[in-house]
Design a protein around this ligand. Structure first.
Ligand code: ZN
Ligand code: ZN
Length: 207
């Protein structure tokens, strides 16, 4: 049983057991017969207390689930971060000597310019970060979401930064004028889509 979580119920139960045990100790001395009887009675009491404790545990579990549903689990946070793609396993090996098997599977992550590491969720929109090696050479800006109590990053929009200019980063089929989030074949003509980095033009301010 996972008793550790339910201290309140346990403490109450153990206090009562202690209390009854004290009574038993005082009453035990005069007669052996009575002691046997008492042991039996005490066993029964402990059983009942355990049943009550178990019922408490169930009640507390139900409360926890309810309060989480009522309060929600917190909101995802929208972020925009700059940095580069890294293998987290290698980064943790370099920084902290974390064990790194020679034939490890890369653990795809993102290291921000101020040294925060995010683990990347693999989604349709983030697929390029997992499969396109060219993106590993670039300074990227990722817009996306991170989730309460995690450093998971759901990338939603990819941009690159070079020569001080922000570029939208996507894949494109010239023939069909179709845009894609990840490399692969064009959904229309099946030709491979090309990586595009398009400088973001800011609309000039009118006088
Ligand atoms: Zn790796
Ligand atoms: Zn096409």
């Amino acid at each position: 049983m996972r008793m550790g979580k339910y201290k309140r119920g346990d403490q109450r139960a153990s206090k009562m057991i202690e209390f009854t045990a004290n009574i038993q100790n005082k009453e035990r001395e005069p007669m052996f017969d009575r002691q046997n009887h008492s042991v039996f009675w005490l066993g029964g009491l402990i059983f009942i207390l355990l049943v009550i404790a178990a019922a408490n545990m169930r009640g507390q579990n139900a409360e926890t689930v309810e309060s989480q549903n009522a309060d929600g689990v917190g909101a995802a946070e929208e972020i925009r971060i700059r940095g580069r793609l890294v293998c987290l396993a290698e980064a943790m090996h370099d920084l902290y000597r974390a064990d790194l098997p020679a034939d490890h599977e890369h653990l795809h992550g993102f290291e921000t310019t101020d040294g925060v590491f995010y683990t990347l969720l693999r989604t349709n929109l983030s697929e390029a970060l997992f499969v396109d090696k060219r993106l590993h050479q670039k300074t990227l800006i990722i817009r996306g979401r991170t989730f309460p109590k995690t450093y998971l990053l759901e990338a939603i929009r990819l941009q690159s930064l070079h020569d001080g200019v922000v570029h939208d980063l996507y894949y494109y089929c010239d023939t069909c004028a179709i845009r894609a989030a990840a490399p692969g074949d064009c959904v229309c003509c099946q030709a491979p889509v090309e990586l595009v980095e398009k400088p973001i033009k800011f609309a000039p301010l009118s006088d």
